[in-house]
Ligand binder design. Structure first.
Ligand code: GDP
Length: 608
């Protein structure tokens, strides 16, 4: 029987299945009391009945005992020991420098900066309520009652230290930014409602944070509700390898009620502690660089964009480039809507003065003058156009080449399956395929259709998405094409593992893929006497060929895909037309050309 410890009862280890009799012995209560308690929880059990862990833990919790699964304490102990003697750790984990190093030049002096926090979690678990509670309780500078504006991020002060919170919760925004190449988060706060426990989006959020190598602090929310089962959540977290600090692990789990504003201070303390171990830093004394958090077009003020400075200091009057847009910082506002002249690392500001609306996740930087800004923005725009055209998917085929070239040391996979039961065998078989040189890394698993979220995570992490007995939805398919993500669908586990195995060995059968061969601009539309329209075109890049695949774009979006059906120079039918020439072109089953349309032409080629 366990002795109560100084800080409350010690957790008691039990096997995954346990009889009522054994449980009563282990926790040291009479079997009758235990059975009564089970009945109170709606479970009619006799003394020989076997209980699963969750049931046992719930009943034990009601009686004031904390259960943990067998082996968990030993695992936590081991983890502790490993920390004491780091050299004893056999894990050859490669040291990955923190992401903010990308803003630090070699030898550059840096100063500590506030940590930047993103709040993740399942819908309705209280992310927004928590962000509001933190903002109200703890506005930076202690300006009580200071009305903060929603500009996309805000700062609070805890223990005299500033913390920056990104105000758009959820892993969708977080991963979409990463897919653009931006990373702005040092710590993820995972909100879990104590009654519901870990839900599908909680698991997704954990995996998205892990893929970004961002440490997690858990806010165990809604503990004010009678349905709260904190012990069960600790257990679920441990199953996801987030061993709670209360069990000797290194994941802080803080009980809070975002609604009643309890536990907020403790949560902020935990964040400060984790931030101390991360030591985020930046050089404030250079031209600013950072990320666009939000942007919109305001009728009276023009483009407003919220920028989070990640290194350097931004000044009013600076010339900046943000993605494919540029401008001069005409005015700059802090989170309270007050005009400000400058802002340093980890500070969010809203600015006016960009010529167009940048996208969330675009990187911005200060440049010398306006003409440089314009030139870089234009170049960026061209790059983006080309990038879209020539995106080479991180496909299984391509992986082998990159592996041989030493560029890739991990094969990242996202696995979706129809049922939970298929996921585990697939995941374990896939991970076994890895070698010392090339690790197979399953970043995320889940049941159900492949969605946009899976594609964004894959794009942000250079992963391949594999589906087992599940389709990809329409949005996901389009997104996969736009982002250049390889999606592979299987219905036999063997085929799936075989393909990954072959990819690792460079033996995958060649596949056919579309390659862009040219682009034309529609400059006039002619109607033909015997019905139909033809586009009068100018070949701006590459060449066009009769029979090639054609995609017609209008104001950035694709409106039609077909084939080049007819191709003429003046009145003569030709097989192909090269760059710099005009031609008349007709696409299969299409008639609706407009001046200014762009037609991109592709050829299918074998890829090895
Ligand atoms: P989000 O979807 O994760 O942003 O969740 P919200 O912050 O919108 O919260 C969802 C619902 O849960 C709202 O009705 C909140 O009032 C409620 N809620 C949030 N935190 C708590 C809490 O600590 N206790 C209780 N009882 N309700 C809460």
């Amino acid at each position: 029987m366990a002795e109560p410890g100084v800080n409350g009862p010690e957790p008691i280890e039990v096997p995954p299945m346990i009889s009522v009799r054994d449980l009563s012995e282990i926790i040291g209560v009479s079997p009758i009391d235990l059975i009564k308690n089970l009945m109170a929880n709606g479970i009619m059990a006799n003394i020989n009945q076997t209980l699963d862990f969750d049931t046992a833990a719930i009943v034990a919790e009601d009686m004031g005992y904390e259960l943990v699964p067998e082996g968990m304490l030993a695992a936590a102990e081991e983890e502790k020991e490993e920390k004491v003697e780091p050299e004893a750790a056999a894990e050859p984990e490669e040291e990955v420098p923190p992401y903010w190093q990308m803003f630090v030049d070699p030898g550059e002096p840096v100063e500590p900066r506030p940590p930047i926090i993103t709040v993740l979690g399942h819908v309705d678990h209280g992310k927004t309520t928590l962000l509001d509670a933190i903002r109200e309780a703890n506005v930076a500078g202690g300006e009580a009652g200071g009305i903060t504006q929603h500009i996309g991020a805000y700062q609070v002060v805890q223990q005299g230290k500033k913390i920056t919170f990104i105000d758009t919760p959820g892993h969708e925004a977080f991963t979409a930014m990463r897919a653009r190449g931006a990373q702005v988060t040092d710590i993820a706060v995972l909100v879990v409602a104590a009654g519901d426990g870990l839900m599908p989006q909680t698991l997704e959020a954990i995996n998205h944070a892990r893929a970004a190598r961002v440490p997690i602090v858990v806010a165990l929310n809604k503990v004010d509700l009678a349905t709260a089962r904190p012990q069960r959540v600790l257990q679920q977290l441990a199953e996801e390898d987030l061993i709670p600090d209360a069990w000797g692990g290194d994941t802080f789990v803080v009980e809070i009620s975002a609604l009643r504003k309890t536990g907020i201070d403790e949560l902020l303390d935990a964040i400060v502690l984790v931030a101390e171990s991360l030591e985020p830093a930046a050089n404030p004394d250079k031209p600013a660089v950072g990320t666009v958090l939000e942007a919109e077009l305001d009728r009276s003020r023009g483009v407003t964009a919220t920028l989070l400075i990640q290194a350097g200091t931004l000044h009013k009057g600076d010339n900046i480039v943000a993605g494919a847009t540029y401008g001069r910082v005409r005015a700059m506002f802090d989170e309270r809507g007050k005009q400000t002249e400058e802002a340093g690392p980890a500070i969010p500001v809203a600015i006016l003065g960009l010529n167009e609306v940048p996208r969330a996740g675009d990187i911005f930087e200060v440049v010398e003058d306006e003409s440089t800004a314009r030139a870089i923005a234009e170049e960026q725009q061209e790059e983006e156009e080309k990038g879209k055209l020539y995106t080479v998917p991180t496909s299984l085929e391509e992986l082998f080449d990159r592996m041989q070239a030493g560029e890739v040391k991990e094969l990242n996979l996202i696995v979706k399956a129809d049922v939970q039961g298929s996921l585990e065998p697939i995941e374990s078989q896939l991970e076994q395929l890895g070698t010392d040189e090339l690790k197979v890394n399953v970043l995320h698993t889940g049941t159900g259709t492949i969605t946009e979220n899976d594609i964004m995570l894959a794009s942000a992490s250079d992963a391949v998405v594999v589906g087992f007995n599940v389709p990809a939805d329409g949005v996901a398919k389009r997104q996969a094409e736009a982002e250049g993500v390889d999606v592979r669908l299987y219905s036999i586990i063997y085929r799936l593992t075989e393909d990954v195995q072959k990819a690792l060995e460079g033996l995958l059968e060649p596949e056919y893929k579309k390659f862009l061969i040219g682009q034309v601009e529609v400059r006039a539309v002619f109607s033909i006497p015997r019905g139909g329209n033809v586009a009068g075109c100018y070949v701006t890049d590459g060449k066009v060929k009769r029979g090639a695949i054609a995609r017609l774009f209008r104001t950035g979006g694709m409106v039609y895909e077909g084939e080049v059906d007819s191709l003429k120079r003046f009145t003569e039918d030709v097989r192909e037309v090269a760059q710099g020439y005009e031609c008349g072109m007709g696409l299969t089953y299409y008639d609706d050309y407009e001046e200014g349309d762009i037609i991109r032409v592709y050829e299918e080629r074998q890829v090895q």
